[in-house]
Design a protein. Sequence first.
Length: 254
Amino acid sequence: MMELKTDTSIDAMYEAGQVVASALTAVRKAADVGVSLLELDEVAREVLRAAGATSPFLGYRPSFAPTPFPAVICASVNDAIVHGIPDGYRLRDGDLVSIDCGAQLGGWAGDSAISFTVGTPRPADVRLIETTERALAAGIGAAVVGNRIGDIAHAIGTVCREAGYGIMDGFGGHGIGRRMHEDPSVPNEGPRGRGMPLRHGLVLAIEPMLIAGGDDAWHADGDGWTLRTNDGSRAAHAEHTVAITASGPRTLTA
């Protein structure tokens, strides 16, 4: 069920979003060659604890998952696109890392993701990350009253396809509010002018997921959570929680 948020509720969601932004900033600062993914998860946990927030990721179990998610961040490295479970893997020079994090504060959720490289960056990875961020910015730019969900999808997809990248098949953004995942779905590709009209008070998590090799296909690891590229190429993920308002899109997790 979709809920349009009041301005007061959007302000409260901004507070949750700022906790997410702080957690991602702290994780990125801590990420270095030799640091484990479990250590990065602990960094994010400490930020949530200090803010009095909880994690909507921890214990989350959608219908496809064999077990509840055991961490407060998703940590996806290289060919892992999304939903990577933090473990003892220690980051290596040149790794491409995507971190997704959420926070629940005062009854409201925030959700955001970043991608970055560790150590010496590969030029191809830099281009992939920059394009993912441009696709996110294009999607946010289309998130205005009077547009439709399809306008967001078209804006994201155009940036991705023109750069020659794949778009993770079957995955996209979502509504967000009292729960991390709410209606509507927000595809990362599609025709403009289609789908639900965008109205003041609608809050969306917009999140392009790009595959460097140009293939859209993916598969799940044995853990049932980590989703990887079929072609073995690297992937990047960027996400913001965005409120649609009469004065334009308001990014709550910036």
